[in-house]
Design a protein around this ligand. Sequence first.
Ligand SMILES: C[S@@+](CC[C@H](N)C(=O)[O-])C[C@H]1O[C@@H](n2cnc3c(N)ncnc32)[C@H](O)[C@@H]1O
Length: 226
Amino acid sequence: MEQTPQQIIDYYDTFYAGEGFTYYPPDFTRRVLASICARAGVRPGARVLDVGCATGYYSAIFASLGYDVVGIDISETGIRKAREMYPDIRFEVQDATALPYGEGMFDLVFALGVSVANTQDMQKLHHWLRHLLHVTTAGGSVAFLGGSDLSGRDSATSTWYNHTWEEIRHFAPPDSGADFLGPWLTHFRLMKSLPAVFAMNGVTTSLLRILPVHFQRRIVLLLKNR
Ligand SMILES: C[S@@+](CC[C@H](N)C(=O)[O-])C[C@H]1O[C@@H](n2cnc3c(N)ncnc32)[C@H](O)[C@@H]1O
């Protein structure tokens, strides 16, 4: 179920004031993010924008991999905690649908589980992805990651809508001037354990499509600016 921006802010401010998310351990996550960077062809030293960065966990892992990272989130509490935990990283309170950055500022725009994608309105999703492409360099990529059990229903325990495969197939915005890789279905455990091309490809995607509904897959879509 789609929420208003204020509902999203209120929810995450409260959530991050408490325990917040539980993550896979740093070594595990480093391999997952390195896998995405390998698939996107983005090398350490590149500028990364972590969109919807929460309390900064992924931003910190990007930094530890040698990327020059900026984390943004609409939740002030999330950003305050991120700054407290990782004082050497730049974090800003920003709305991901109205980024203040100029054209081509980042080599990789990383957007994992950002609530803006929690919609069945494809035009809204396409408009947002074009906005992310605008701040990405020529040759750079937007790495869009989501989660879905492919059921076409809201999650039982949250407001998250599970897109069907048919909807996911149409995530890439038409006429954006970008090439795209995917969408693929994968899982963090595959991304951690397998070389990137085996974790994210058409065969793995076809296999994961036939798993039962309760299996939580990751959606990965790479949009590469020309
Ligand atoms: C499901 S959480 C994922 C957080 C983080 N990417 C992670 O995986 O740990 C969604 C995040 O998106 C942020 N968010 C939602 N709408 C946003 C917007 N318009 N601009 C920036 N951040 C937003 C929320 O505040 C929240 O931190």
